[in-house]
Design a protein around this ligand. Structure first.
Ligand code: ATP
Length: 446
């Protein structure tokens, strides 16, 4: 993990928040490369779970909500963790995280656990009084439930259908850490999938499998993912059944996503607290029913961390350490780097034309700084799948080389064919499938 944290900082993936002031506990900033990676993860999720499906619509609801929402959802009363304090060193711990009943820092005696509510409070308007308290949402899900009727009426979806949302959530976690695994401000990708009561078990199984496959499709190794069903004592107050999708992080197996069968708890609660009907007219029986809901709830930041851990690799090439990220091409922050062999005017003119041609199609970086070998290594550390090199021979034959990140193999193709060739390679075509006039080039390892 330490290697990853330092590489992420050095290459512009992730920085500690407000670093020049010494940081802020458990808050992180995504840098120029990290922001692209994070966007790609969000977009991959949105595309496959919303845009490519007939049975899903999206929402983007506000972070601040009427405080009644949190009464109805049970968060005000129950969204808490047991907090214990060490009587000697006064450090605070989450009681259910501790293996023994003594302070992990100094071995001191601990206080009795007290329930500590994890919601951040603030005030709406200029007067700081109890009547004006609002909360930063601790999950995006409730924004979906309170809009259930709006979503049904405006989208005209019939059961089963889902509503999806990506957005920030805030939790005043007692113990944070493991980089971006547990922070106090994070992002969630949540689906509430509404189904007819009685079909919920079937849909629960469907979503566990669908979500597991999503990670695998994006290149996460199968052996690094497992399913873990919650025991009865672990289930949240609303949950009928819950399965965690765990990832084998450097600190051990931990939750990447939770899939829960929430029954009809949320809609019922909001009906009771708002006095509004949140029922659904069953077209066959003409009866008003309250749907059950299956909730796949994933963390964007935990997905970023899993993708980083899974893609990280080290190897020795020509007696030197090569560090690289084997990102799936859909997730790679930069898809193509254009690297002129030298800064000579004649070469940079062609290289800039190539860059201008590729940039509208792929996130492309232009780099003419150091020796070519060092520039390749830099792109490896950014996880860039393809580097395009323009050399002196290009001036004569109008060809450029494409170098593949994972194998370091190279091909040489006509500049006019670069864009289409890269498009095909990024979509998964083998490097050695050549365009007309293309040839297999040298291997960097020799
Ligand atoms: P944990 O048991 O790790 O505290 P949780 O079971 O409370 O997590 P959920 O309420 O199920 O988490 O939230 C759904 C998802 O949101 C989690 O699977 C995780 O990916 C993400 N998430 C929750 N809390 C955090 C956090 N503090 N930092 C980063 N991501 C989080």
């Amino acid at each position: 993990m330490e290697k990853l944290v330092s590489l992420c900082q050095r290459r512009g993936f992730i920085f500690p928040s407000s670093d020049i002031y010494g940081g802020l506990s458990a808050c992180w900033d995504y840098g120029p490369v990290g922001v692209e990676l994070k966007r790609n993860i969000r977009e991959a999720w949105w595309r496959s779970e919303v845009q490519e499906r007939d049975d899903m619509v999206g929402l983007d609801t506000s972070i601040l909500m009427n405080p009644k929402v949190w009464e109805a959802s049970g968060h005000l009363a129950q969204f808490s963790d047991p907090l214990v304090e060490c009587k000697s060193c006064h450090q605070r711990w989450r009681a259910d995280d501790l293996k023994e009943n003594k302070c992990p820092a100094c071995g001191g005696e601990l206080t009795e656990p007290q329930q500590f509510n994890l919601m951040f409070k603030t005030f709406m308007g200029p007067v700081e009084e109890a009547a004006n308290v609002v909360y930063l949402r601790p999950e995006t899900a409730q924004g979906i439930f309170v809009n259930f009727q709006n979503a049904v009426n405006t989208s005209r979806k019939r059961l089963p259908f889902g509503v999806a949302q990506i957005g920030k959530a805030f939790r005043n976690e007692i113990t944070t850490g493991n980089f971006i695994f547990r922070s106090r401000e994070f992002e969630q990708m949540e689906i509430e999938y509404f189904v007819k009561p009685g079909t919920d078990d079937k849909w629960f199984d469907y979503w566990v499998e669908e979500r597991l496959n999503w990670y695998v499709k994006l290149g996460i190794k199968k052996e690094n993912i497992r399913l873990r069903e919650h025991g009865k004592d672990e289930l949240a107050h609303y949950s009928v059944k819950c399965i965690d999708i765990d990832y084998n992080f450097p600190m051990g197996w931990a939750e990447l996503e939770g899939v829960a069968n929430r029954g009809d708890f949320d809609l019922k609660q909001h009906m009771e607290y708002s006095g509004k009907s949140l029922t659904y007219l069953d077209e066959e029986t003409r009866e008003h029913i309250i749907p059950c809901v299956i909730e796949p709830s994933a963390g964007v930041d935990r997905s970023v961390l899993a993708v980083l851990c899974d893609a990280y690799d080290e190897e020795i090439v020509n007696d030197e350490l090569r560090v690289l990220f084997h990102f799936h091409t859909d997730l790679a922050p930069i898809k193509v780097a254009v690297l002129p062999l030298s800064r000579k005017e004649s070469l940079s003119a062609i290289a800039k034309d190539v860059y201008a041609d590729l940039r509208p199609c792929f996130v492309t970086q232009y780099d003419d700084t150091q020796a070519i070998g060092r520039r390749y290594r830099r792109q490896d550390e950014l996880g860039t799948p393809y580097c395009v090199t323009v050399d002196f021979q290009s001036l004569e034959d109008n060809m450029a080389t494409i170098r593949e990140r994972d194998t370091m193999n190279q091909i040489r193709v006509p500049i006019a064919a670069l864009r289409d060739t890269l498009q095909a390679k990024l979509a998964g075509e083998d490097l050695f499938v050549l365009p007309e006039g293309g040839q297999i080039w040298k291997d960097e390892k020799k």
